[in-house]
Design a protein around this ligand. Structure first.
Ligand SMILES: Nc1ncnc2c1ncn2[C@@H]1O[C@H](COP(=O)(O)OP(=O)(O)OP(=O)(O)O)[C@@H](O)[C@H]1O
Ligand SMILES: [Mn+2]
Ligand SMILES: [Mn+2]
Length: 655
């Protein structure tokens, strides 16, 4: 294949150039087919370029930093030329399309091979793959480059099972690293619920202790990841998954705070994956090499040139003829399945929503008061909003949906009462589901008896108590629920009573109102990085520690400081909401409520400007906002409720 190079052969900025690889292409020379992988930062397609099958990596570009990153990756890739490194055949580095074109590696990546196709490798194959991988890394290191993301998912195999190191998204020149490591931690995403499976966990298990401690990544940190990777090839077991069955860890598998505990153990207790056993026939030299590679002290780790020569000796001595690995990888497969279904397996027998719904009725059977004595004060002069609402929610990039929401545009018949809420579950969806049923029920029974804000406060507290009691009694009597499973949820509700809006919040969901075209927050995010909240938690007896990337509470490492459920963190992670009361007037256009999946990536001001450009229908606006958040790379579940406070036809004209 000879690809035409169009001069000047540079990217649009002029910072990337190459003598051999075309950096811009005629649209007619290639076509993209179906995606073969969707990463956190890119989509990879099967494609054809000048009649030849290739893989196209199209980064998700949402910020100018992403664009800088593309150029950096391209500069790096166009300099690399080694049989053990994936081959860049072309790129397109001009707007509107930014793409890398790679040689296509038919056999996919090693993680897929081991854990999806469940293929086990013979010891000989492992040693051969390992030796070639080591040479590729040695080549990189000799250029002064560290890869920083060595793991089976980033090693691609061709049809001869030769490995090609891929994914240079995190690679850096060592000399540039001081600065990068700080930036990188900063931008590595802040999951406010504390869960960040894809991004953190995926790589955490390969990260050297010094990297976990946020020191600078060196060649020796690549050596560590290399050691963990080789051991994984031998055992067929995802690092640490085999330990999960023991500890309480597996009850909260979905959550990264389990992984944070793991991090602590790797860093301070020297925890490592289970070493491949001699019973598999692994040469002792290789086992010792793996152990030296993952030594806690980088200086004790061998360099890649040492590794290459040791592996060469093993190859020459014919160690590759050693026993075929006959243990199947079933042991992993069963663990692996737990990984995605675990949180459900505790919940399936139980409908938390109906359970929640039943609660207020049980609690208040006697109080069948005619509702609303307090609320029907008869002032027909007050301003009254015209309410219409819509919502949209998506699981996003998570595997499970733990957000729940409710909308009661006519909460009670006689009065102008509207009630909306979002519950963002963590450690499973149980608390969110229960609360979606219970909270409106409690409020309904409480509203006739007290002021709206008092009723809201009590509804939150009662929901929390009811949920924890229910969980406890199930734990004790039915034994269906794991002792150390402590599901929780954050909650935000908006109650409109005539011209008054009451927002109650516990956690990091948020509600804003657009008044005369300006966003105003009606709630405060309750997270441990907020000094007041941190103080409150500490003085209530909770422990707050800086863990991994932010302030977190207790051994569960929760980031939110208020929630329903989480009974291992009560009373300091309180369910008591903070309340705001707003007098509505003709200036108020709409409110937007959303889980942190939106607010992580879309600011209050962005929300207002996006709605400005969207058809004024609350459901459409909700969907537009959630989609925007997903496109900007939100890694969480996203739920949005939009409530218009004026008739939609005027809304269209006014906002
Ligand atoms: N040249 C290729 N040939 C075949 N498959 C490929 C090729 N390049 C990438 N892939 C597939 O796409 C996946 C993702 O590629 P890559 O790791 O480069 O993307 P990424 O967005 O950086 O992913 P991650 O989320 O892991 O960081 C690979 O694991 C592999 O399965
Ligand atoms: Mn990757
Ligand atoms: Mn990547």
């Amino acid at each position: 294949m000879v690809l035409e190079i169009m001069e000047p052969n540079t990217c649009i900025r002029g910072c990337c150039y190459s003598q051999t690889i075309p950096l811009h292409l005629r649209p007619s020379s290639y076509s993209l087919f179906s995606p073969i992988a969707r990463g956190a930062e890119s989509v990879v397609y099967e494609a054809v370029l000048d009649g030849k099958k290739v893989a196209v990596k199209k980064p998700i570009l949402s910020t100018s930093e992403d664009l800088d990153k593309f150029h950096k990756e391209l500069q790096l890739l166009s300099k690399l030329d080694h049989p053990g490194i994936l081959k860049l055949v072309a790129a397109h580095a001009r707007p509107p399309n930014y793409m890398f074109f790679f040689e296509f590696y038919e056999a996919g990546n090693l993680a897929q091979k081991l854990h999806v196709e469940e293929r086990s490798l013979s010891i000989g194959q492992v040693i051969e793959i390992t030796a070639q991988l080591a040479k590729a890394l040695l080549y990189l290191h000799s250029l002064g480059i560290v890869h920083r993301d060595v793991k089976p998912a980033n090693i691609l195999l061709d049809e001869n099972l030769h490995p090609h190191l891929a994914d240079f998204g995190l690679a850096e020149y060592k000399k540039d690293l001081k600065q990068v490591s700080i930036l990188n931690w900063k931008s590595s995403g802040k999951p406010t619920g504390g869960f960040h499976k894809k991004n953190m966990v995926g790589t955490l298990i390969y990260m050297a202790p010094e990297v976990l401690r946020k020191e600078i990544h060196t060649e020796k940190s690549d050596v560590y990841s290399f050691g963990v990777t080789v051991n994984e090839l031998l055992t067929g077991v995802v690092p640490y998954t085999d330990r999960r069955a023991e500890a309480q860890a597996h009850t909260v598998l979905e959550m990264s705070y389990t992984e944070q505990r793991l991090t602590a153990a790797v860093v301070s207790e020297g925890l490592r994956p289970v070493l491949a056993g001699p019973e598999l026939g692994v040469p002792t030299g290789l086992l010792s090499l793996i152990q030296r590679c993952w030594d806690a002290d980088p200086q004790n780790r061998p360099s890649l040139s040492d590794i290459v020569s040791e592996l060469n000796v093993m190859l020459e001595c014919g160690e590759t003829e050693g026993a075929k690995k006959d243990t199947s990888v079933d042991s992993f497969v069963s663990c692996g399945n737990v990984d995605t279904t675990n949180s459900q397996s505790y919940q399936e027998p139980m409908n938390w929503f109906t359970c929640g719904q039943d609660f207020p009725e049980k609690a208040y059977l006697s109080s069948e008061d005619a509702p609303s004595t307090r609320l029907s004060s008869n002032d027909s002069m007050v301003y009254c909003p015209v309410v219409s609402c819509g919502s949209f929610s998506t699981c996003g990039r998570r595997e499970t949906m733990e957000d729940r929401h409710f909308m009661f545009p006519h909460f009670s018949k006689e009065n102008d009462i509207h009630f909306f809420g979002i519950l963002d579950g963590h450690r499973g969806a149980a608390a969110a589901e229960f609360s979606a049923g219970a909270l409106p029920g409690f409020l309904q029974t409480l509203l006739p008896m007290s002021s709206p804000s008092q009723a809201l406060l009590e509804a939150f507290v009662k929901t929390d108590i009811a949920f924890r009691n229910e969980l406890n009694s199930r734990r004790e009597s039915k034994g269906t629920i794991q002792k150390d499973w402590h599901p929780g949820c954050t909650a935000i509700t908006a109650l409109i009573v005539k011209n008054k809006l009451f927002v109650a919040n516990a956690g990091d969901c948020r509600t804003i109102i657009s008044r005369a075209g300006q966003p105003n927050a009606l709630s405060r995010d309750h997270v441990a990085s907020c000094p007041e909240e941190r103080e409150r938690v500490i003085s209530a007896g909770g422990q707050v520690k800086w863990q991994v990337d932010t302030w977190r509470i207790g051994p569960a490492a929760l980031q939110v400081t208020r929630s329903i459920g989480d009974d291992d963190l009560k009373p300091f992670v309180t369910a008591e909401p903070e309340m705001t009361e707003t007098l509505l007037s003709a200036e108020d256009e709409y409110i937007v409520m959303a889980s942190d999946g939106l607010w992580d990536v879309v600011s209050n001001a962005d929300v207002v400007s996006i709605i400005k450009d969207t058809v004024k229908e609350p459901g459409m606006c909700s969907k537009r906002l959630a989609t925007e958040a997903a496109e900007r790379g939100s890694k969480d579940n996203i739920t949005v409720i939009v409530v218009f406070l004026r008739p939609v036809s005027t809304a269209e004209r006014i906002y």
